[in-house]
Ligand binder design. Sequence first.
Ligand code: BGP
Length: 460
Amino acid sequence: MNKDFLWGSATASYQCEGAWNLDDKVESMWDVYLHENNLENGDNASDFYHHFEEDLLQLKNGGQNAFRMSLAWPRIIKNKEGEVNSKGVDFYRKILQCCLDKDITPFVTIYHWDLPQYWEETGGWLNNEVSYAYQKYAKICFEKFGDLVDLWVTFNEPKWFVSSGYLIGNYPPAHKNPQEMIIAAYHVMLASALGVKIFKEGGYKGQIGIVHSFTPVNGVDDSLETRIAMRYADNYCNNWILDTACQGEFPIDLLSELNKKFDLSFINIKELDVIKENTVDFIGLNYYARALIRPYSNGETVLVANNSGNGGSNKVIIKDWFEQVFDDPDAIYTEWGTEICPLGLEQGLKEVWNKYHLPLYISENGIGVREDVTVDEVQDDYRISYMNDHIAAMMNAMDDGVDMRGYFAWSTFDLYSWKNGCEKRYGLVAIDFDTPNLLRKPKKSYYWYKEIIESKGKKI
Ligand code: BGP
């Protein structure tokens, strides 16, 4: 394992910062959506806003040399006119400086889903103007933090927030409209390319990539029908993000298929040129599960997402895409119904490397579990076994020549899980959300990860 390999863990602004209305931060679409619907929210979350020094020290003491975080747009830009919030800028500069003082490499995501509400009110990602507003916001980030950051990410998981927000309807703005999903997808990929463009034009140091919710596609058999279904699934699950960000083109068979059923007149050829000319330097893959595909066969289709914490309710059947995702009867699932499949990661990493030949990071990987955190030390052997098997899969891929640059566990400490509240815990460090000062205690997995890092992966 190369000495520069990044061993770290990850967070996202809304899920950990808290301080939702402090120091001139304005509302995000998540603040408004969760408040209006009276749902468990991240108003306080892990209160990273007030604990970041202690949390980064703990990360460092855990042997980690990298920290994935995101910047909250509504903490940095106050309004549509682009007024900068100096208090927000100061906050992120302090975090980044704290990382550098401890030799921790920050891996910084510019957008992890917390769109300012003032932009949501103009139509959000359905509004072309928002792509250009994102570019201005990204430029401010490069200007204000560029001296402290070498690894930038334009977007976290376009697929996940676009499909959840505009097709499934379980994330804000909670629409269920495939035409809207396609428009939003286009605007997000355009914004990502505009971010890359302004980064390259500005001559800032470092590299810029994208983070993708990676779902490698397997088929139930080797028939032609299954192979065709797998291609559709791959277009939906991966290609519209990775082909577009890495090769500069939406998959043409996908566009051709969509063109038969949807209005694509919003696509602007000049903007396609921007996408073509501004591809990323690296790929971050968030890996939780693969998709097992069989050809679509019967009746009206449905989309269901599992926020219940009860296994078996997360079938996602994608309407009009000619494939079905279904549960493998022999597989093992988490209590939220996510399949545990390290082999999918190994195969998927090789596929992505062979296709794009760009440096790769695992930017998230972890298991969400209900845990009793009132004990002295959470004995999370299931997390150790999960991480062990996934790191082993990554190392197998590296042995086969894949250019892996880092691994980030999700998450650094317990935090707010979108729509699942705080009971779905992923952290290496437990947070007792019922204590006044949000008491932190490392779990068994934190110490295990430290040993793995110290052995440079040899103890896997
Ligand atoms: C990814 C997101 C993270 C995180 C993780 C776990 O999709 O980038 O923000 O939340 O998934 O998902 P969840 O919290 O829904 O279980």
